[in-house]
Design a protein around this ligand. Sequence first.
Ligand code: C2E
Ligand code: CA
Ligand code: CA
Length: 771
Amino acid sequence: MGRTKTESIPADVYIQFVRSLFDNAHMLLIGGACYSILGVMIYLRTRNPLFLAFSFALLSVSLIRYFGIRGFLKTGGVIADVEHAQRLERSYILKGCLQGLGLGSLCFVSIYVYPDPFAELAAMSLTLATLVTVVARNYGSPRMVRIFSVTFIGPAALALLLRMDAPSVVLGLMIIPMTFITITGADHVRNVLFSAVIGHKQARNLTRRFDRALNTMSHGLVMLGPDGRVAVANAEAAHLMSLKSADALLGRSIHGLLMRGVAGGMLAPKDCRYIEAQLTRALREGRDRKVLVSLANGQHYEFSAREGSQELGVITFEDVTARVEAEEKIRFMARYDNLTGLPNRAYFHELAGEAMASGDRDRLCGLAVLDLDDFKSVNDTLGHPVGDGLIYAVAERLAAVAGPGINVSRFGGDEFMIYFDRIEDESHLSSLLDDIFADLQGEVDVAGHGLRIQTSGGAVLSIVKDTDVDAMIVKADLALYKAKELGKNSWRLFEASMDAAFRNRQLMKADLRSAVQAKELRVVYQPIVSMSTMRIASCEALCRWDHPDLGPVSPSIFIPLAEEMGIISEISSFVLQAACAECAKWPAQTSVSINLSAKDFRNREVVQKVRDALAAAGLAPHRLEIEVTETALLDDKSLTRELIEELKTLGVRIALDDFGTGYSSLSYLHKLPLDKIKIDRSFLIDVTQSPKSLDLLKGIVGLTRTLGLTVTIEGVETFEQLKILVHSVKPDLVQGFLFGAALSASGIETMSNVTWPFAADLRLAAKRTAR
Ligand code: C2E
Ligand code: CA
Ligand code: CA
């Protein structure tokens, strides 16, 4: 082992070494006493006063060194820094030098200068005895050790050599290696201590780092010893287990710790058994197994166990409450509709599927789909927030129906789905649905708007084993479709014929596409008669499709199909061109009107199409009228209105069709770019019997007039109706089967100058009432 150099040792170790020089000061006193006593004894034998002087000098040096050390110890014995240590070492060496020189000189004088056998023996004994203590007292300062070795042995060896007799020379030579033995011995002691100190320091650093790492972990950690008890634990483990410090965990077993949780009411006994089993298994199998535990206070801990080296099993655990809650939230969001909080489509499907898979498979189950009537108009006229409010109100009422065996879901948009897990028979399902419809009836207040809830429904009843959720949804949808077709605000039960109807619809779509492509549709014209002249003022172009097998198909069937298929604008263009071309052939006072669908206004091309058709036919724009429905006008407001304004600037007139069938509101009429209102025929139905209906009709016509709009009343079928119109309602124009159904273009040409024969009677009657 090499010598430790002061420069190569760390400052704190150097300081520690210097500090060791100040230990065992009493040895200096003992030394001092021995020097003075032996010095006096030599003097008494030799009567040489020089020895008395040595005695005094050596005692003095010993005392100076002793009190120097005491003085340092009295100030606390603390070495502040390296410089301080260096100063102390220098002063120590200086005093040590004096002692070394004194003792060395004593040997030299008693061996060579005033040789005396007792003095020689006493001086050598003292020197060698002191040399022995050098290692023990001064290993901390290699320089001091070297100085002592040389000053003690050097003068004695020199004196022996100078005597020049053989035994003395041999002895002189023999004691020289003592110097090296002492130096090597001290170096060895220092190196051993140095390694120990460094080793200790490293161990302390390691422990500190380990502690730091352990206690800054976000996980709780416990290490189990071979006896299955906690050998190491960190602060977080104590915190998570509501213990004061990690030490409180030491020595406990997993079972003991879990039982603490049970005793504190945080863990159920069965959870405790489960966790213990899982952790023990993980520790045994050496696998990284995770166990999630939900505590009574709503917290969630996740444990993982791993077998470590030397049978030290490691269990880590953490509070994963935030993560578990986030996951639950995500799961909730994926399963529930965020507006209504009802299960969404996917989750409903799962729930209904699970319910159908269990229990008696021969039982009956039911499924109903509900769809709000004219919900789109609510959204369009009152805005989406109000629409959402209406959906919410409906959801609230439906949620009250849900319960064991009844699942309610918002399927999307304004559609809701209900699954009934056990139905006794058809009348049971009927009464359930009737109750639901009754609950839904009535007005709701949404942001100050009193809205009436109107719903249509479709339902299906099936034996569980014969069907599945998807098939039931398709059937309920078909029944809903039928309910809407038959007049809304009611529900229908699925019947086999509806399935056929659905298939027919699909077939019909294919046929319609080829008919449109082959231009097999035709256009007929229904007269619109002026009340003042009782002659045809205009004609409405209506599209006709004669199906090769089914015969004539009503436009109320094929127009929605064409809209659905996205081919409506092809039909519109076809009718537009034909109507313009035909009208150009009629007398100048006869106009033509065409129907455009809401979908036609999705595309800017419509304006150019009208312009082209007018130009191609050479028809004056004021002879063309375009009928649009409220839905078209309210749909995607900005573009539709913009296009209608453009059409108006072409000189074409715009009529609002089917007024009174949607969310009609007189209040917005003046905001729309209209020339005419066509009042739906439903207003005429009981006008002859009900004075209330008549008043309503009169009111609407009067109001429309004040807005400067022309009024047409559709669906005049009887003479009675016409009479009332002539006498009290007084619209500008009338249209209906009374004046004829739609005719071919040439039919109109012939009729255009006809005055209806009953016109004369009516005028007469009118004059009579006037008088
Ligand atoms: P609409 O625009 O209200 O057309 C009037 C409908 O009422 C026509 O039915 C007509 O035949 C019928 N009608 C006329 N007078 C009476 C009457 O006194 N009593 C009864 N009960 N009905 C009467 P049609 O031709 O079956 O058309 C139905 C609907 O199909 C039309 O209703 C219109 O919305 C749509 N439609 C027809 N042709 C076209 C078209 O070329 N393009 C577009 N986009 N829609 C069209
Ligand atoms: Ca129309
Ligand atoms: Ca109409």
